[in-house]
Ligand binder design. Structure first.
Ligand code: THU
Length: 135
């Protein structure tokens, strides 16, 4: 899993330059690993009606689901606009939890050397409605 996490992080870093973030100037890239090995990426897309902004992580999920994927086994998130690692927002944690098992690895990084390695279960503890989760 170590190598694939490095690959995912490289993909997240590369795609972050495609973010549309003219308001916050905070670009984010996400790379999801699908069960069959496909990597699907996403960036944040902002809007002048600020509430319509969508995060990189949810855009990656939407793209992957649209392509027919339903299970994701790992995720990396990268932003060049913070020295510190930036983890997924609460809304994205809930959406990711729909398609990822609790032990699925998540790595996030900023422009500095620090990287956080965790799991979706740690980011979304006591996952409510887990009994309704898509198996
Ligand atoms: N953002 C993401 O895309 N993912 C995160 O994990 C944190 C925040 C975006 C939303 C908004 O476009 C900008 O970063 C500032 O919050």
């Amino acid at each position: 899993m170590a190598d694939i996490m490095d690959t995912l992080m490289q993909e997240a870093q590369k795609i972050s330059s495609s973010a549309y973030a003219p308001y916050s100037k905070f670009r984010v890239g996400a790379a999801l690993l699908c069960e069959d090995g496909t990597i699907v990426k996403g960036v944040n897309v902002e809007n002048r009606s600020f509430g319509l902004t969508t995060c990189a992580e949810r855009n990656a999920v939407t793209a992957a689901v649209m392509m027919g994927h339903r299970k994701f086994t790992a995720l990396a998130i990268s932003t060049p606009d913070s020295a510190e690692p930036v983890g997924p927002c609460g809304a994205c944690r809930q959406v990711l939890g729909e398609f990822m098992k609790a032990d699925a690895p998540v790595r996030f990084a900023g422009s500095g050397p620090q990287q956080v390695n965790t799991t979706i279960g740690s980011l979304l503890p006591m996952d409510s409605l887990h009994e309704l989760r898509n198996k």
